[in-house]
Design a protein around this ligand. Structure first.
Ligand SMILES: *[C@@H]1O[C@H](CO)[C@@H](O)[C@H](O)[C@H]1NC(C)=O
Ligand SMILES: *[C@@H]1O[C@H](CO)[C@@H](O)[C@H](O)[C@H]1NC(C)=O
Ligand SMILES: *[C@@H]1O[C@H](CO)[C@@H](O)[C@H](O)[C@H]1NC(C)=O
Ligand SMILES: *[C@@H]1O[C@H](CO)[C@@H](O)[C@H](O)[C@H]1NC(C)=O
Ligand SMILES: *[C@@H]1O[C@H](CO)[C@@H](O)[C@H](O)[C@H]1NC(C)=O
Ligand SMILES: *[C@@H]1O[C@H](CO)[C@@H](O)[C@H](O)[C@H]1NC(C)=O
Ligand SMILES: *[C@@H]1O[C@H](CO)[C@@H](O)[C@H](O)[C@H]1NC(C)=O
Ligand SMILES: *[C@@H]1O[C@H](CO)[C@@H](O)[C@H](O)[C@H]1NC(C)=O
Ligand SMILES: *[C@@H]1O[C@H](CO)[C@@H](O)[C@H](O)[C@H]1NC(C)=O
Ligand SMILES: *[C@@H]1O[C@H](CO)[C@@H](O)[C@H](O)[C@H]1NC(C)=O
Ligand SMILES: *[C@@H]1O[C@H](CO)[C@@H](O)[C@H](O)[C@H]1NC(C)=O
Ligand SMILES: *[C@@H]1O[C@H](CO)[C@@H](O)[C@H](O)[C@H]1NC(C)=O
Length: 803
C-alpha cells in the first residue's frame, strides 16, 4: 500500500522569496543578434520549442542592440554545451536562464567567465555534470546563481568573489567537502542559501558582525553536517525559513536553540531525533512560526509545544510513534489550516465527535493510525479529509453533505457501516473502499457533478448502479468491485467522455456484454475494464474491441504518468487500483495512464474470442479464463506486442496455440490450461519457461514444458505443479527478456509498499509472492523522497498558501 497515495504537501515558501529580476527595456533585437541567437539554437536539438517561443525569451539592450537576456523555454533544447558554443560570445548578457533543458551530461565550460556582466545565472535541472570551473568567480555582478538539481560534484564552488549574491542555490548535487568558512562574511547581501541534498560536511560559520545578517532562507538538510552546525544558525536572527532535514546528529536535537530566531516562519526538522523536553509546552521556540514540520522525528508524546504557537498555519507530525488521543486544544489554535497526523498510533480524538466542528482547519489527514469509534464531524470549512486505514465504526456523518468546500473525502479501509450519504456530487474524490457500507449507491448525482474518482469497492452495497452517474461528466475512475450490485452491463456509461478505469469485479452483474447494436463496446477513454466474477452471458461480436482507447495509447515506460494525480499546492491524491492477474497481485497500485488491462474471467461468456482483440496494442494483461469461449485462440493476439499476462484457461478453446505468439517478447505469464487444445506448444522461452500447470487439461498438447515430445505418444502428466513454480519461472523469463510494464509496476509497487501490521492483516503476506518482502522493503520516507523527486518540476510552480 502506498502511503503516498494521498498526502498533504509540505508547503515551500519559495514563492515568498520570488524576487523580481532585472527589468531590461527590451527593444526588438537587431538582425545580426537574431542571427546569432538562431545560431545558438541550431547548436542543439530543439524540437521542444519553436522559433518564436525561443526568441520571445531573448532581450536586447535598447541602445547598443546587444543581447542582454536569454531565457530558454523549459524543455527547449537537448545536446552538449561545448566550450566553443556561440553562447559565450554574448558578452553583454546580464540574465541567462538555461534551466530545465537537457545538456546531456555536459560539464560546465570555463568559458562562462566570458559572460562577466551576468547578474542572473540559472542552470538548474539541466543535466550538467562535473566540477564547477573556478572561473565562475569572475562573474562578480551575479546576484542570483542557481545550479540546483544537476550532477555537479567536487568541492564547494569558488564563489568567493561573488560578493553581490543574494540567491545561491546549489541543492541536489554531489558537492562534497566543507562550506568555505567566510561564505557569509563575504556575501553581505545573501538572503537565500540552499545547499540541501549534497555531501557537505563541517559547519556553516556565521560571522559575529554587528550588522544583522541578511539571510532569510536557509536549507541545509540531507547532507553530512555535524550537530554543531546548529549553534551558529541561532545567530541568523533574520531567518524566516529553515530546513534541516536529516542532520544525522549523534545526539537529539534541542529545538529551543532556535528561540533567538524571532522572525522564523517555517521550520522543518524532519528525520531528526528531537530532545523530548524541547517539545514540551515549557520549551521555547520562536512564537512567530507558521509552519512546523516534525515528520519522522521519533516522537512518542504529543508535542505540547504546539499549544504556544498561536500563529501556526501548518503542522506536520506524520510518521512518528505518538500514541493516545489527539488533544482538543490543537483544534483551537486560531490560525490552523493544515494538520497532518498520518502514520502514528493515535487511538482517537479527545472530546466529543464535535471537537473539530469549530476549528479553522481545512486540510486534515489522520490516515494510518489506530483510531476507533465514530468519525468526528468534519470542520465547517474542510477541503480535504482523509481518515483511511483506521478502525472507525458507525455511519459516515451526514454533516459532510453541507460542507460545500469539501473536495477530497477518503475514508477507505475502515469499518464504517450504514449508507453512503446522498450528496457526493460536490466532491472530486470519494474513496470509501473496504468498509461495510450498505444499501445502494445513492442515485443523487446531479448535472455538472464534480466527481472524478469514485471508489466504493469492497463494501456490502446492493441495488443497481445509479443512473445519475451519467451526470458525472468528469468521472475518470469508477470502482464498485466486490459488492452485491445486481444490474446489467452499463452501456450507458459510454456517454462519459473521460472514463478511463472501470471495475465492477465480483458483483452480481448479469446479461450480455455485447452492445445492443452488436458493434464495438468502445467507451471513448476506457483502458482498464475489470468485469471478473459476475454472471455475464452471451458472445462478443467480432468488432467488440474496435475503436478502443487501448488501440491508440502509446505505452510510455519511462515517463510514467499516473492517472488521477490530483496535485495542487496543498495535497496530492493518486488513484490506486487492485490488479489481480495470475502470478501477480498488486493491491492499491498507482494507475498509469498509458496501459490497458482487461479481465472478463469468471463469467459465462461464450462464442469466439473476437479477432479484434489484436487491435489493443497497449494491452498488458488479458484474462478471459473461466468462461465458455470456443473456437481458436485468435492469431491476432500476436499483434498485442505489450502483452505480459495472458490467461485463457478453463474455456472450450480448440485448435493449436498459434506459433506467432512466440513474438510476444514481454509475455511473462501464459495459461491455456483446461481447454481442448492440441498440437505442439510453440517452442520458445515464453512458453517452455511456464509451469506445466499452464498447459494441463488439454489432452492434445505436447512439447515443452510438458513431458514428452510431439513425436512420441505423450506420457501421463505429473501431478499439478506448485503455484510457486510458475511464479519463479515467470520471473526467470522476464529477467531474460527485460521487464515489461506490468512486472515493473508490480516490483515498483512492492518496493514502495509500506507494510504496517495492518497491511499484513488485510492482504495477507502470502499474496505477495513476486517479491521478497524483507529484501525489497523500502521505507516510507525514501518512497516519499523519490516521490518528491519525481515531482520536482511541480515544486516551483506551486502556489503558496500564505500568499
Ligand atoms: C509555438 O509554440 C507555442 C506553444 O508552445 C504556441 O502557442 C505557438 O503558437 C507556437 N508558434 C508557432 C509559430 O508555431
Ligand atoms: C532605454 O533604457 C534606458 C535604461 O536602460 C531607459 O532609461 C530608456 O527609457 C530606454 N529607452 C527606451 C526607448 O525604451
Ligand atoms: C528559469 O526558467 C525556468 C523555466 O525554464 C523558470 O521556471 C524559472 O523561474 C527561471 N528562473 C529564473 C531565475 O528566472
Ligand atoms: C566546436 O568544436 C567542435 C569540435 O570540438 C567542432 O566540431 C564544432 O564545429 C565547433 N563549433 C563551432 C561553433 O565552432
Ligand atoms: C537527456 O538526453 C539524453 C540523450 O538524449 C537522454 O539519454 C537522457 O535521458 C535525457 N535526460 C533527461 C533528464 O531527460
Ligand atoms: C553590487 O551591487 C551594488 C548595487 O546593488 C552595485 O552598486 C555594486 O557595483 C555591485 N558590486 C559588484 C561587485 O557587483
Ligand atoms: C577575486 O577577485 C580578486 C580581485 O578582485 C582577484 O585578484 C582574485 O583572483 C579573484 N579570485 C578568484 C578566485 O577569481
Ligand atoms: C564570536 O563571538 C564569540 C563570543 O561571543 C566568540 O567565542 C567567537 O570566537 C567569535 N567568533 C568569531 C569568528 O569571531
Ligand atoms: C549517519 O551517521 C552514522 C554514524 O553516526 C553514519 O554511519 C551514517 O553513514 C550517517 N548517515 C548519513 C546519511 O550521513
Ligand atoms: C471490522 O469489522 C469486522 C466485522 O464487522 C471485524 O471482524 C474486524 O475485526 C473489524 N476490523 C477492525 C479493524 O476493527
Ligand atoms: C497484425 O497487424 C498488422 C499490421 O497492423 C496487420 O496487417 C495484420 O493483419 C495483423 N494480424 C492479425 C492476425 O490481425
Ligand atoms: C533554482 O531552480 C530550481 C529549479 O527550477 C527551483 O526549484 C529553485 O526555486 C531555484 N532556486 C531559487 C533560489 O530560485
Amino acid at each position: 500500500m502506498l502511503l503516498s497515495r494521498l498526502r498533504l504537501r509540505f508547503l515551500s515558501f519559495l514563492s515568498l522569496f520570488a524576487s523580481s529580476f532585472l527589468t531590461i527595456n527590451a527593444l526588438v533585437c537587431p538582425p545580426d543578434q537574431i542571427q546569432a541567437l538562431i545560431q545558438l539554437k541550431n547548436e542543439f536539438k530543439s524540437d521542444g520549442c519553436n522559433r518564436s517561443d525561443y526568441l520571445n525569451g531573448a532581450q536586447c539592450d535598447n541602445t547598443t542592440g546587444a543581447v542582454t537576456k536569454i531565457q530558454l523555454p523549459s524543455g527547449c533544447v537537448t545536446g552538449v554545451l561545448k566550450p566553443n558554443s556561440s553562447l559565450f560570445g554574448f558578452h553583454h548578457l546580464r540574465y541567462l536562464n538555461l534551466s530545465h533543458n537537457n545538456f546531456t551530461s555536459s560539464s560546465l565550460p570555463s568559458e562562462f567567465s566570458n559572460l562577466n556582466k551576468l547578474e542572473v545565472l540559472s542552470l538548474a535541472s539541466s543535466s550538467f555534470t562535473g566540477q564547477v570551473p573556478s572561473s565562475i568567480s569572475n562573474l562578480i555582478f551575479l546576484t542570483h546563481l542557481n545550479l540546483s538539481h544537476n550532477e555537479l560534484c567536487g568541492s564547494f564552488p569558488i564563489v568567493k568573489n561573488l560578493t553581490n549574491l543574494s540567491f545561491l542555490d546549489l541543492s541536489d548535487n554531489q558537492f562534497s567537502g566543507t562550506i568555505p568558512s567566510d561564505l557569509l562574511a563575504t556575501m553581505p547581501f545573501l538572503s537565500h542559501l540552499n545547499l540541501k541534498q549534497n555531501h557537505l560536511t563541517g559547519l556553516l560559520e556565521v560571522p559575529n558582525s554587528s550588522s544583522s545578517p541578511s539571510l532569510k532562507y536557509l536549507s541545509l538538510g540531507l547532507n553530512q553536517f555535524e550537530g554543531n552546525i546548529l549553534m551558529p544558525i541561532s545567530k541568523l536572527i533574520n531567518l524566516e525559513s529553515l530546513e534541516l532535514k536529516s542532520l544525522n546528529t549523534s545526539y537529539p536535537l534541542d529545538l529551543s536553540i532556535f528561540s533567538p530566531l524571532k522572525a522564523l516562519l517555517i521550520l522543518d526538522v524532519s528525520k531528526n531525533r528531537l530532545l523530548p523536553a524541547s517539545l514540551s509546552s515549557e520549551s521555547q521556540i520562536p512564537l512567530s512560526l507558521e509552519s512546523l514540520v516534525l515528520h519522522h522525528c521519533d516522537i512518542i508524546e504529543f508535542p505540547n509545544i504546539l499549544k504556544t504557537l498561536q500563529n501556526l498555519h501548518h503542522v506536520d507530525i506524520s510518521s512518528n510513534r505518538i500514541i493516545g488521543k489527539v488533544p482538543e486544544w490543537l483544534w483551537k489554535l486560531p490560525r490552523i489550516i493544515i494538520v497532518n497526523l498520518v502514520n502514528n498510533s493515535f487511538t482517537g480524538f479527545e472530546g466529543s465527535t464535535e471537537v473539530l466542528l469549530n476549528s479553522s482547519v481545512q486540510l486534515l489527514d489522520f490516515a494510518y493510525n489506530s483510531m476507533t469509534g465514530a468519525l468526528p464531524i468534519p470542520p465547517l470549512n474542510t477541503v480535504y479529509l482523509s481518515a483511511w486505514n483506521n478502525s472507525f465504526t458507525g455511519n459516515i456523518p451526514l454533516q459532510i453533505c453541507n460542507r460545500s468546500s469539501l473536495v477530497v473525502l477518503d475514508l477507505s479501509y475502515n469499518n464504517l457501516t450504514g449508507p453512503i450519504p446522498p450528496c457526493l456530487s460536490n466532491l472530486k474524490i470519494v474513496n470509501l473502499r473496504k468498509n461495510s457500507l450498505e444499501g445502494s449507491i445513492p442515485d443523487t448525482f446531479y448535472k455538472g457533478a464534480s466527481t472524478q474518482t469514485l471508489d466504493v469497492g469492497f463494501n456490502q452495497l446492493s441495488g443497481k448502479l445509479p443512473r445519475s452517474l451519467i451526470n458525472c461528466s468528469f468521472l475518470k475512475f469508477l470502482s464498485v468491485d466486490n459488492n452485491r450490485i445486481e444490474d446489467k452491463f452499463p452501456f450507458w456509461l459510454k456517454a462519459l467522455p473521460y472514463l478511463q478505469v472501470f471495475t465492477l469485479r465480483s458483483n452480481r452483474f448479469f446479461g450480455h456484454l455485447s452492445p445492443p447494436d452488436q458493434g464495438p463496446l468502445a467507451f471513448p477513454e476506457l483502458r482498464i475494464l475489470e468485469l471478473s466474477d459476475n454472471s455475464f452471458t452471451g458472445s462478443l461480436p467480432p468488432s467488440f474491441f474496435v475503436n478502443w482507447k487501448a488501440s491508440s495509447l502509446e505505452i510510455n515506460k519511462d515517463g510514467r504518468i499516473y492517472m488521477g494525480d490530483y496535485k495542487n499546492a496543498y495535497y496530492i491524491y493518486e488513484d490506486t487500483l487492485d490488479l489481480q492477474y495470475k502470478g501477480l497481485f498488486m493491491e492499491q497500485g498507482k494507475v498509469l495512464t498509458s496501459y490497458s488491462t482487461i479481465d472478463f474471467s469468471g463469467n459465462k461468456l461464450e462464442g469466439q474470442i473476437p479477432e479484434s482483440i489484436g487491435l489493443l496494442k497497449a494491452l498488458i494483461a488479458l484474462n478471459l479464463s473461466n468462461n465458455a469461449f470456443t473456437g481458436h485462440i485468435p492469431l491476432s493476439l500476436a499483434n498485442v506486442t505489450e502483452l505480459e499476462s495472458l490467461d485463457l484457461s478453463r474455456n472450450k478453446l480448440s485448435g493449436e496455440i498459434p506459433r506467432e505468439l512466440r513474438s510476444l517478447s514481454f509475455l511473462a505469464y501464459v495459461s491455456v490450461a483446461h481447454n481442448q487444445l492440441k498440437g505442439e506448444i510453440p517452442q520458445g522461452p515464453q512458453f517452455s519457461g511456464q509451469a506445466v500447470s499452464s498447459f494441463e487439461g488439454n489432452v492434445g498438447l505436447c512439447g515443452l514444458p510438458l513431458q514428452g515430445s510431439c513425436f512420441a505418444p505423450p506420457t501421463q502428466q505429473p501431478e499439478e505443479e506448485e503455484e510457486e513454480e510458475g511464479v519463479l519461472n515467470w520471473k526467470a523469463v522476464v529477467i531474460g527478456y527485460g521487464p515489461g510494464l506490468l512486472f515493473g509496476l508490480v516490483i515498483a509497487h512492492v518496493l514502495a509498499s509500506y507494510r504496517t501490521k495492518w497491511f499484513v492483516k488485510i492482504v495477507g503476506p502470502d499474496k505477495h509472492k513476486e517479491a521478497d518482502p524483507v529484501r525489497l522493503f523500502m521505507s516510507l520516507d525514501s518512497r516519499w523522497d523519490s516521490f518528491n523527486n519525481n515531482n520536482k518540476k511541480n515544486v516551483e510552480t506551486e502556489s503558496d498558501l500564505y500568499k
